[in-house]
Design a protein around this ligand. Structure first.
Ligand code: AP5
Ligand code: MG
Length: 215
C-alpha cells in the first residue's frame, strides 16, 4: 500500500534534512525546496540568479516561484514524498493542498524545539557538496577530517552561505513570525503530529517512525 505524503515543519536547524535522509531508506522520496533553490544557484540559471541574494540574506523567496519549482520536481501519484522546507507560511500550505496534494493522504510532522539551541547547530553544520550528507563539527564530525563518510569525497565539506550567525537570526525571526498560522492550518484539518526535535538524531528518528505509524 502506498504510504502517505509527509510534510516536515520545523525551524532552520531543527533536523528536517537529517531525518528526511533517513526516511528515504523507508521508501520515501525526499524533496527539499532549499536544496532545489541552491541547485539553481549552483547551475547559474536565471532562477538561481534571481534568488541568490534573497537566500543569502535569509529571506523567503516568493510563494509562486517556489511552488512552481516544487511542482516541476514532484510526481505525487507515483511516489510518497517528504516535503522538507515547503510550506513556510499559511499561503504556501494552502497552495500545496490546492495545487498539488488535492486531498491525497498526507501527514504534517512538526519538529518542535527551543529556538535558542539552533544558532549553534546551524553555524557548525557542514554539508558534502558531492552527495549532500549533513555533518556537524561539534556533534557529527566526519570520521576522517575533510573526507565524507558516505561517499568518500575529499575536501567536499562546505558551509552554506546562509549559515552565519547574522543570517540565521533573520531566518529564525521569519520562522517565528510565520509558524503558528501554518500549524493551525494542519491542526484544524487533523493532519498534524508533533515530536521533540531536541533529542539526539536516533531518538528523533524513533519518534518519527512511531508518529507516522512505521513501527
Ligand atoms: P532550507 O534549506 O529549507 O533551510 P531551513 O528550513 O532554514 O532549514 P535547514 O536546512 O537550515 O535546517 P534543517 O532543519 O534541514 O536541519 P539539518 O538536518 O540540516 O531553506 C534555505 C533558504 O531557501 C530559506 O531561508 C529561503 O531563503 C529559501 N527557501 C527554501 N524553501 C522555501 C520556501 N518554501 N519558500 C520560500 N523560500 C524558501 O540539521 C542542522 C544541523 O544540526 C546539522 O549540522 C545536523 O548535523 C545537526 N542536527 C540535526 N539533528 C540534530 C539533533 N537531533 N541533535 C543535534 N544536532 C542535530
Ligand atoms: Mg535542510
Amino acid at each position: 500500500m502506498k504510504k502517505p505524503h509527509l510534510i516536515i515543519l520545523g525551524a532552520p536547524g531543527s533536523g528536517k534534512g537529517t531525518q528526511a535522509a533517513r526516511l528515504v531508506a523507508k521508501g520515501f522520496k525526499h524533496v527539499s525546496t532549499g536544496d532545489l533553490l541552491r541547485s539553481e544557484i549552483a547551475k547559474g540559471s536565471e532562477l538561481g540568479q534571481t534568488v541568490k541574494d534573497i537566500i543569502s540574506k535569509g529571506n523567503l523567496v516568493d510563494d509562486n516561484t517556489v511552488m512552481a519549482l516544487l511542482k516541476a520536481n514532484c510526481d505525487v501519484d507515483s511516489e510518497s514524498y517528504i516535503f522538507d522546507g515547503f510550506p513556510r507560511n499559511e499561503t504556501q500550505a494552502e497552495m500545496l493542498e490546492s495545487q498539488l496534494l488535492k486531498g491525497r493522504e498526507t501527514l504534517a510532522v512538526y519538529f518542535n524545539i527551543d529556538l535558542s539551541v539552533l544558532v549553534n547547530r546551524v553555524v557548525n553544520r557542514r554539508t558534502c557538496s558531492n552527495c549532500g550528507e549533513i555533518y556537524n563539527l561539534e556533534t557529527k564530525a566526519p570520521k576522517v577530517a575533510d573526507v565524507c563518510d558516505k561517499c568518500g569525497a575529499m575536501n567536499s565539506l562546505v558551509q552554506r552561505k546562509d549559515d552565519t550567525e547574522e543570517v540565521i537570526s533573520n531566518r529564525l525571526k521569519i520562522f517565528k513570525d510565520t509558524v503558528d498560522p501554518m500549524l493551525d492550518f494542519y491542526r484544524s484539518r487533523g493532519m498534524l503530529v508533533e515530536l521533540d526535535a531536541s533529542q539526539d538524531p536516533d531518538k528523533v528518528f524513533g519518534q518519527l517512525l512511531s508518529k507516522i505509524g512505521l513501527v
